[in-house]
Design a protein around this ligand. Structure first.
Ligand code: PNS
Length: 166
């Protein structure tokens, strides 16, 4: 049984992430989407909310598990018995960072392979940070994120508007 891990911040999960997860589910027996608890990074959604949103967005995929993790990705991958780290590549601009991370991870854990999957062309520019910016400025993100994320984001925007008024 080949188990792969797809680690990330998922703040929030986008259609780009979902595309990569769907492709990985076809390649591996089990995919563990691992939501990183990063207290330093500027994060909009709490760890629990990010995990819940990934679970809601991937509920239709049968060979997937969604977990939270802290610490090093390679340690968590080893703990859960994953042999492969999956990451997504949207454009050439992603390559440098992913290459560095893959090399560092393989130095730390030579038995873990990183597999980068190429997302669909239409998702090339789908990034969580751009999507948050668009949503918070009143733009329509419904074509860019899974439906539960669009709904949650709409509530965040509403709450912020109410807060600004009151
Ligand atoms: O979605 P992101 O923010 O690009 O994901 C980055 C993530 C979470 C995969 C990366 O920061 C990570 O692996 N963090 C865990 C800590 C770790 O292992 N750092 C060393 C990476 S070489």
């Amino acid at each position: 049984m080949k188990r792969a891990i797809f680690p990330g911040s998922f703040d929030p999960i986008t259609n780009g992430h979902l595309d990569i997860a769907t492709r990985a589910c076809r390649l591996f027996d089990e995919l563990v989407v691992a939501v990183y608890h990063n207290p330093e990074k500027h994060i909009l959604f709490s760890w629990e909310e990010r995990i819940d949103l990934v679970r809601a967005a991937t509920a239709h995929l049968t060979n997937i598990r969604v977990e939270g993790f802290t610490g090093l990705t390679i340690k968590y991958a080893q703990e859960i018995g994953a042999e492969v780290i999956v990451r997504g590549l949207r454009a050439v601009s992603d390559f440098e960072g992913e290459f560095q991370m893959a090399l560092l991870n393989s130095t730390l854990a030579p038995n873990l392979e990183t597999v980068c999957l190429i997302s669909g062309q239409q998702l090339m520019f789908t990034s969580s940070s751009r999507i948050k910016e668009i949503a918070l400025l009143g733009g329509d993100i419904s074509g860019l994120v899974p439906q539960p994320v669009a709904a949650r984001m709409a509530r965040v925007v509403q709450e912020r508007q109410k807060g600004a008024q009151g």
